[in-house]
Design a protein around this ligand. Sequence first.
Ligand code: FEO
Length: 168
Amino acid sequence: MIDEEMVNALNRQLNAELYSGYMYLSMAAYFESIDLSGFANWNRVHAQEEFTHGMKFYDYLVSRGARVTLTEIEAPPTEWEGAFAVFDHVLRHEQLVTGLINKLVDLAISQKDHATNNFLQWFVAEQVEEEETAGGILKKVKLAGDNSSALLLLDKDLMGSSTGSATE
Ligand code: FEO
């Protein structure tokens, strides 16, 4: 039997993952608006990945016989000051998500809920990858700086990305 406090916390994380997807999709739309379609592609693919994360929480709650409760998803920002600002935001957001996952693990441990702890370990590993990927792209965008040729090369590179770990 899964504890009610845990069910509520997992439902909040489901919402947070859907928000992440919404945020990445808004970033994709921003990049489309400034004609960086490779960056747009990367963010769009990543949005899809976040919706998949959300569904993992959905499926886990259902498998434990718990109620999935969907709540309002906050509106994401729609404008940034260029690619560096977007990826700086991405990295900070992923660090925040890592903190949320760690708190869920803390709760699972405190409740001796081994099944939920085991379920969450996939996300613990995933967040290491998420932060590494975001940090990697941020470094490249920083290196490109005001050099539009370098930025366009990076954009071309990201055009082919079909997973969150593009360019790595
Ligand atoms: Fe679902 Fe980007 O963490």
